[in-house]
Write a protein of this length. Structure first.
Length: 158
């Protein structure tokens, strides 16, 4: 079965309040569902990647034909340009967001999604919907803690 996943991340300030939006669709069953979550302090790239991770975590079976659509070159190119292979070989050294990439690669290997880059803010209905969900989540009063990022920032020498 084909499952389409559309994702977007947003941040007000970078770092700042952030959020992600997800639309998951099963065209042959005429089914779709949206998800979003906001964080009090994070980065845009973390939200872009966390959106994909969260969507892949929701999949029940690795037997499906998964297509992920993202406007994040950071996320799409990591897979499509095979950057992630080098990151793994180097033990995630000098890679931003290693906590999320390590989660991602486990899910990627399980579900083998095809990654598609789409241009953001270009009138693509599903991308615009995910953007609205992400921005609303970042602006909500119910923000979670991006523990890894906040701990990293608090322990930084800068």
């Amino acid at each position: 079965m084909r499952i389409e996943i559309y994702t977007d991340g947003a941040c007000s300030g970078n770092p700042g309040k952030g959020g992600y939006g997800i639309l998951m669709r099963v065209p042959e069953k005429n089914y779709q569902k949206t998800f979003s979550k906001g964080f009090r302090k994070t980065t845009n790239n973390r939200m872009e990647l966390l959106a994909v991770i969260t969507a892949l975590e929701k999949l029940k079976s690795p037997e499906n034909d998964i297509h992920v659509f993202t406007d994040s070159k950071y996320v799409a190119d990591a897979v499509n340009q095979n950057w992630i292979t080098g990151w793994i070989k180097r033990g995630w050294k000098n890679v931003k967001n290693p906590d999320l990439w390590q989660k991602f690669i486990v899910l990627y290997n399980k579900h083998n999604p095809k990654m598609h880059w789409i241009k953001g803010h270009a009138g693509h209905f599903e991308n615009e919907l995910c953007d609205k969900l992400a921005v609303a989540a970042a602006a909500s009063n119910n923000l979670e803690v991006d523990t890894y990022f906040e701990n990293l920032e608090n322990n930084s020498l800068f």
